[in-house]
Write a protein that binds this ligand. Structure first.
Ligand SMILES: C[S@@+](CC[C@H](N)C(=O)[O-])C[C@H]1O[C@@H](n2cnc3c(N)ncnc32)[C@H](O)[C@@H]1O
Length: 242
């Protein structure tokens, strides 16, 4: 009987097995990440409800109410509810390179939500009311104690007027704005026009018209005061070249 002494080449088989093993590994990892992401969102509502159980932005002093009104805001308070925060964030397809600001952030729930449910590098709330700002810092402290903050990314709250605090690194701006006066909105538009084109702005109040601010979409989402408040999505275009 004829026999061959040729060595068997197992390399192609090895590559196929290795390829299969790697595909299975990445498929399992992807499925696990998807599951964790969903769990994280559900858990997030539960965690934030716990953190904010006795922290509320409603009820500030008359002095503060008058001060906010004088700055073009309003003392009436309301909040975006968590499912609507999630809808906005999904709609915007937030990436880790994004920088999110909530202009008039109350007790800081939305910036916290963005930090906890995405891998965004920076999420900031700016709030004029000292009482609400202090409460947002109290919530931040609790989030840290609970080990819920990712130290390699930024979650912060700033006490100040949105027309004075620097938010020039923003790529996404949210503002409830329902109670912002027209002069305050105009001041904000003038600031937005100086920021990087591509900036996305989500606002519940229509912005004063400008050719570089394009209304992309409008949708109704629930807030603490209505089942269907209008959320408007704008994008900042680059200035025309001369
Ligand atoms: C309706 S609340 C929205 C809270 C939060 N962004 C949310 O959507 O759940 C609006 C907030 O804007 C704040 N505000 C009003 N004028 C402001 C200003 N000029 N600078 C910073 N914050 C301001 C108010 O104090 C209030 O807390």
């Amino acid at each position: 009987m004829a026999s061959s002494n040729k060595p068997v080449n197992n390399f192609p088989k090895l590559f196929v097995v290795l390829g299969l093993a790697l595909s299975i590994f990445f498929a399992v990892r992807f499925a696990r990440q998807q599951k964790e992401c969903k769990l994280q969102r559900e858990a997030c509502i539960e965690k934030l409800e716990g953190i904010y159980t006795d922290i509320s932005g409603f009820g500030i002093s008359e002095i503060e109410r008058n001060y906010i009104t004088a700055q073009g805001g309003s003392h009436t308070y309301g909040e975006i509810i968590y499912p609507s925060m999630e809808a906005v964030i999904n709609r915007l397809e937030v990436k880790k390179e994004d920088v999110f600001y909530d202009l008039g952030s109350g007790v800081g729930k939305f910036p916290a939500w963005v930090h906890l449910t995405t891998d965004i590098k920076k999420s900031v709330g700016i709030e004029l009311s000292e009482t609400r700002y202090e409460k947002s810092m109290q919530a931040l402290g609790r989030l840290e104690e609970a080990g819920l903050l990712n130290k390699s990314r930024t979650l912060s709250c700033v006490h100040g007027d949105i027309t004075e605090v620097d938010f020039s690194d923003a790529t996404i701006i949210f503002m409830c704005a329902t109670c912002f006066s027209e002069p305050l909105l105009q001041k904000l538009v003038d600031i937005f026009l100086e920021l990087t084109p591509g900036l996305r702005i989500v606002t519940l109040k229509k912005l004063p018209e400008h050719p570089r601010l394009v209304l992309i979409k409008e949708e109704a989402l629930a807030t603490s005061w209505s089942k269907g408040s209008p959320f408007r999505y704008y994008e900042l275009l680059a200035p025309p070249t001369a």
